[in-house]
Design a protein around this ligand. Structure first.
Ligand code: AR6
Length: 384
């Protein structure tokens, strides 16, 4: 994934380079600097001595020694002194120079701590904004996997207004549905899916009242219309939920009509709908987008996009489908249809789905904001 935010200890990451929030002596210190020196071993300090320091906003590179990372890029962020002393531009420079140094050293993956957001006192919300926007501008022109490592939740200050709006939306959808089902189990998921009929407001059931669908039925479902279903889960559906509880599956589509009426299997197989990959490429063309514009906006790695492009039967993850739905700026109904192509559905019993739904419903297709929100609510991010 080109950009991700993770919670953890940067010294544990197996990336090409980790960035150290150092001081201008480059001779070690506390915070992340101390942790990196401890994990890399004494040879790091020996090499740092040969560098003769580093100015604020600049960056220098050393080997990683005992770290899983191949290199350490040492940069010096500004000390916060109120904000009127060029702190923002110096912080941007620290990120930019580190990224360019990584590129120069053929690094494909780099991880950053929140530079200056500790001992140097840069306000955490502003430090996050500078980090994300500077990395984003770099990724618009360059290919690289960049990870922002948040050491403790306290350091991550997500937009307070947006946080409370999303919390309200979650209360009205996700939590209400949990309360209705009583448990959040798959049985609950099923009852909710039937009752709510999906996020786009359709009242059609996605469940068959009979047995699990066969593979052929799954293949055929796109071309066969869905049957209207009762608003409550049947006993058989409940039994099916029990049967499926052990399988870690995404919500599946069931084709009630195909199950109950005889159908010509050969005909159905010969008349499959367009695949996810075909639909994606068609929509990119229809919007006049370049492939690179689309996969970058979707926070999808170029190699993954090439795979999808060259394999019309490619089976994406749900996160990948949602990432492209956001990049293509699909509305909720279009998103549902697009997910269905890959065998998925938006579910009100899934927190991440409700958060993505919130953004789409509000016409906010900014992948970076969506991923910050997903991170704030402890959910997997969108993208590869
Ligand atoms: N992994 C990831 N992030 C970390 C880790 C870790 N292991 N440890 C701390 N952080 P700071 P600064 C986070 O103080 O503000 C040093 O003494 C931490 O939560 O390390 O740029 C240097 O020698 C915070 O969000 O760096 C300098 O003198 C972020 O890393 C001075 O501190 C940065 O906190 C630099 O201050």
């Amino acid at each position: 994934m080109p950009f991700r935010i993770v919670l953890g200890d940067i010294t544990k990451l197996s990336v090409d380079a980790i960035v150290n929030a150092a001081n201008s002596s480059l001779l070690g210190g506390g915070g992340v600097d101390g942790a990196i020196h401890r994990a890399a071993g004494p040879r790091l300090l020996e090499e740092c001595r040969t560098l003769h320091g580093c100015r604020t906003g600049e960056a220098k590179i050393t080997r990683g020694y005992d770290l899983p990372a191949k290199y350490v890029i040492h940069t010096v962020g500004p000390i916060w002194s109120g904000g009127a002393h060029g702190e923002e531009e110096l912080l941007r420079s620290a990120y930019r120079n580190s990224l360019h140094l990584a590129l120069k050293n053929n690094c494909e993956s780099v991880a950053f701590p929140m530079i200056s957001a500790g001992v140097y006192g840069y306000p955490k919300d502003q430090a996050l904004e500078v980090a994300v926007s500077t990395i984003r501008a770099f990724l618009e022109k360059n290919e690289m996997d960049v990870t922002l490592v948040i050491f403790d939740r306290e350091s991550f200050r997500f937009d307070v207004r947006l946080y409370s709006e999303i919390s309200g939306y979650l209360r009205n959808t996700y939590e209400d549905e949990r309360a209705m089902s009583g448990s959040g189990s798959l049985l609950g998921d099923m009852a909710r899916s039937v009752a709510f009929g999906g996020a786009a407001g359709s009242r059609r059931s996605i469940f068959s009242p009979k047995k699990k669908e066969s593979k052929a039925c799954r293949n055929a479902m796109d071309s066969a219309p869905m049957a209207e279903a009762p608003m409550e889960a049947s006993d058989e559906a409940v039994a099916m939920a029990d049967e499926e509880r052990s399988a870690p599956t995404e919500p599946r589509m069931y084709c009630a009509q195909a199950m109950s009426a005889p159908m010509d299997l050969t005909h159905a197989l010969e008349n499959l709908d367009e695949s996810f990959s075909q639909a994606l490429l068609r929509m990119i063309d229809a919007r006049g987008l370049k492939d690179s514009e689309c996969y970058k906006k979707a926070n999808i790695d170029r190699k993954l996009f090439s795979k999808i492009r060259s394999d019309i039967h490619y089976r994406p993850s749900k996160q990948t489908v949602l990432a492209f739905a956001v990049a293509l700026e699909l509305d909720l109904q279009e998103t549902e249809a697009f997910l269905k192509k890959a065998g998925f559905a938006l579910s009100h019993s899934n927190k991440a789905d409700v958060i993505v739904e919130y953004f789409i419903a509000n016409g906010n297709y900014d992948m970076y904001s969506i991923n910050e929100a997903l991170f704030a609510f402890d959910q997997n991010l969108l993208g590869a």
